[in-house]
Write a protein that binds this ligand. Structure first.
Ligand SMILES: Cc1ncc(COP(=O)(O)O)c(C=O)c1O
Length: 370
């Protein structure tokens, strides 16, 4: 038996102990980038649907009775929305990534992944039969070398369009052009932090490429618990890939379908994001991103890393800011690389410039004091 007590004690001593804390103070930490998680219309849709007799649980796998009109309508809508031949909805982004990487690459295949790829992809790769190789973050040359090295295998390349902890984006067009030159390669783009915000009507940073080139060499994942404000993971791909997932993906097959309400609300949220309301929320968020870049640096997206280095310092500064009324959390290894513990400032269209300025002043005051 592992000595959990000792491991937990060590984590405490290293300032890496994690505990659950309820939301408290001004939200500078959630991924509700566009305020959709508290959208009054979505609340109304939920109430109406339940009052009109919608079942609570799906009560079975999608392949059994768990497949409802709501799931089918969402996937059909998502096909039009993301210009995809076929889509598949799973309960969350983590399980969607896990499903992709445990299902598609087979034993003789190779997965090439960006060094900063999300834990859900890592865990999927770990459980996959394929071999996986890392390339330096956003390093096209390193990726090209690996593509050439493995030219005799099927290759799956895993990137994020906006990276979750640094907020920078991948050079998607350059990577796509590379992939196009390799018949044996397929690009899987996790749009978790771009969906709803970037690209035409928030359809993601790969959307322009997809509109011109289709999904022959691309699979995208749109998580629905961040800017979309609900929960879920929508995989967009060729019909063949989605049909293969439906037939072979164990996390999809052997699991109860997401609640019908979840599917309904994701569809309604995407509808809102495509219209003026969504555009206004995006405009507001993007102007806050510009202001935040002036104040804190970073890549200019809604994710602003304030790197403090040591774990203990990150915990102390976060604690002081929490006491001052800001809900911001310390992010430490293994979520981020050793020596880069940070505050992950997460912007939302619910905030304004005054809040950002107040936070910047408090941060400076506390960084000087600590
Ligand atoms: C890049 C990335 N992919 C996938 C996920 C998982 O998505 P979900 O929260 O919907 O499970 C996250 C969540 O943090 C993420 O940041």
């Amino acid at each position: 038996m592992n000595d959990f007590k000792i491991i937990l004690k060590d984590l405490k001593e290293q300032s890496r102990y994690r505990s659950l804390n309820l939301p408290n103070g001004i939200d500078l930490t959630s991924n509700d980038y566009l305020g959709m998680a508290v959208h009054p219309l979505l609340r109304e849709y939920a109430i109406n649907a339940l009052e009109n007799g919608m079942d609570i649980g799906a009560a079975g796998s999608r392949l059994l009775r768990g497949h409802t009109d709501y799931h089918a309508e969402l996937e059909e809508f998502a096909c039009t929305y993301f210009s995809a031949p076929k889509t598949l909805f799973l309960a969350n982004g983590f399980i969607a990534n896990y499903a992709l990487f445990t299902t598609l690459p087979s034993r003789h295949d190779v997965i090439l992944y960006d060094a900063l790829i999300h834990a859900s992809v890592r865990d999927g790769m770990r459980a996959s039969d394929a071999r996986s190789f890392k390339f330096l973050h956003n390093d096209i040359d390193a990726l090209e070398k690996l593509l050439n090295l493995h030219k005799d295998s099927n290759i799956w390349v895993a990137i994020e369009s906006v990276y979750s902890m640094d907020g920078d984006s991948a050079p998607i067009m350059q990577i796509y052009n590379l992939i196009k030159r390799h018949d044996n390669a397929m690009l899987i783009i996790d749009e978790a932090h771009a969906t709803g915000i970037y690209g035409q009507s928030g359809k993601g940073l790969a959307y322009d490429i997809i509109q011109t080139n289709g999904y022959d060499k691309i699979i995208t994942l749109h998580t629905c618990g961040k800017a979309v404000g609900v929960a879920g993971g929508l995989i967009c791909a060729s019909a063949e890939i989605i049909d293969y997932m439906i037939n072979k993906s164990r996390p999809f097959i052997y699991s109860t379908a997401p609640m019908p309400l979840q599917a309904l609300l994701v569809r309604k949220s995407l509808e809102i994001l495509a219209c003026d309301d969504g555009a206004q929320r995006r405009d507001k968020l993007l102007s806050l991103c510009i202001r935040a870049k002036e104040l804190f640096g970073g890549a200019g997206s809604q994710i602003v890393p304030i790197i403090l280095g040591e774990d203990e310092k990150a915990v102390r500064v976060a604690g002081a800011l929490q006491e001052a009324g800001y809900d911001i959390r310390a992010v430490r290894p293994p979520t981020v690389p050793q020596g880069s513990s940070r505050l992950r400032l997460s912007l939302s269209s619910n905030l304004d410039e005054y809040i950002l300025q107040g936070f910047a002043d408090t941060l400076i005051l506390n960084s000087v004091k600590i």
